[in-house]
Design a protein around this ligand. Structure first.
Ligand SMILES: *Cc1c(COP(=O)(O)O)cnc(C)c1O
Length: 399
């Protein structure tokens, strides 16, 4: 039984650019062009019988905004249609999406296998929070398929990975890991933030669930946080009681901002990818740059795998300057247009020094095991003119 009324008109068969604008619209009696922002916690029922039927799930409709809300439902439906997933649930942040999938699906005694190179907080949750619930984990080198196979045992219920990884832009072979997961009876969950829904479709490669921090490219304008869980109806139904009962619900306002963000997602990501690819090539020719990492460059060790599973090289470029932390700080501080921030996927170009920010909580040995050096900078391409960005990088690298 659907939780709420169907969208105004079917859009799944339409082109992606059209779906990004029209999918999921629940138009109210007022005929608004811009999706309604329903800032309401509760809903009124026509009769006591209707309230009973809604609670029993015998009649679709809204009950209470911790469970569902029209603006949130529009965002979820548009995300499901973008990803090609049967169902979606939105959450207050990317971390809420990740934690809900873990705690909604795993039980005490279960085991999870995850790649070492993860968004820092995801790794902390696996290593530090899950043991409180007697859920054990093994971290593997994501690109070494034998390690995934060797780490899985009878208690393994879930595989988790991110590709490209943050910040070293390593590529994990999603189809191959999905095949191993299937073989050992585990579900594969993929954090697809860096690739975006436009450049990589893990569900089509055999993953069971995709999660996003929509705070990144999907909003794309640095305004608010959101998370999304995308999977089959069955998978989502399994996570639903956890979401409904514990309440990591997204604010309708944030969901509305995300709907607006989705309308320009394709245009923004196209420009960001073009800027990132050009900046990667330009940086590779600068004498102060020791190494450039970009998935579609021929010198990326996994370029052919990247080209097989991604439609483009992405919006992120990681590079290393000779001279370690002080040289990297000097470059970051000298930038004028490109600002220092931990965020990514924004219309504004941003730069981060991963080892002192995102990965500060790890020790140097752990950082090096993840390939993160002191001279490394992570660049998130915005939608500015590439020539201005290149000039900014060039003047900063010259200092
Ligand atoms: C930002 C991010 C998250 C966490 O998302 P929030 O919305 O900040 O909670 C998870 N994974 C990746 C790869 C991210 O970049």
């Amino acid at each position: 039984m659907a939780r709420h009324p169907p969208p105004s008109f079917p859009t799944r068969h339409l082109h992606r650019a059209t779906r990004l604008v029209h999918a999921g619209v629940l138009r109210s009696q007022f005929g608004e062009t811009s999706e309604g922002l329903f800032l309401t916690g509760g809903y009124v029922f026509e009769t006591a019988e209707q309230a009973e039927a809604r609670m029993k799930g015998e009649e679709p409709g809204f009950i209470y905004s911790r469970y569902s809300n029209p603006t949130v439902a529009m965002f979820e439906q548009r995300m499901a249609e973008l990803e090609g997933a049967e169902a979606a649930r939105a959450t207050a942040s990317g971390m809420a999406a990740f934690t809900s999938v873990l705690l909604g699906r795993l039980r005490a005694g279960d085991h999870i296998v995850a790649a070492k190179a993860l968004f820092g907080t995801c790794r902390k949750i696996i290593e530090e929070l899950l043991p409180n619930f007697n859920i054990t984990s093994t971290l593997v080198d994501g690109s070494d398929l034998e390690q995934w196979e060797a780490a899985a045992g009878p208690k393994t219920k879930m595989f988790f990975l991110e590709s490209p990884t943050n910040p070293t832009l390593e590529i994990v072979d999603i189809a191959a890991v999905a095949a191993i997961a299937k073989q050992v009876g585990a579900t594969l969950v993929v954090d697809n933030v860096f690739a975006t829904p436009l450049l990589q479709s893990p569900l089509k490669m055999g993953a069971d669930c995709v999660i996003y921090s929509a705070s990144k490219h999907i909003d794309g304008q640095g305004r608010c946080l959101a998370g999304v869980i995308l999977a089959s109806e069955k998978f989502i139904e399994d996570v639903h009681p956890f979401l409904r009962q514990t309440g990591p619900s997204i604010s309708p306002f944030n969901a509305w901002v995300m709907l607006k963000g989705m309308e320009t997602l394709e245009l923004r990501v196209e420009r960001q990818v073009a800027n990132a690819a050009r900046i990667a090539d330009t940086l590779a020719g600068h004498p102060a740059v020791a190494r450039v990492i970009y998935p579609f460059r021929d010198d990326h060790p996994q370029a052919s795998l990247a080209r097989r599973q991604m439609k483009a090289g992405g919006t992120m470029v990681t590079f290393e300057v000779a001279g370690g932390k002080s040289a990297a700080f000097k470059v970051a501080n000298a930038l004028k247009i490109i600002r220092i921030s931990n965020n990514l996927g924004d219309t504004k170009s941003l730069i981060t020094h991963p080892s002192t920010t995102l990965f500060q909580r790890f020790d140097e040995e752990q950082r090096l095991s993840m390939g993160i050096s002191q001279g490394m900078l992570r660049f998130s391409a915005g939608i500015e003119a590439a020539d201005d960005l290149i000039e900014d990088l060039w003047q900063a690298l010259g200092k």
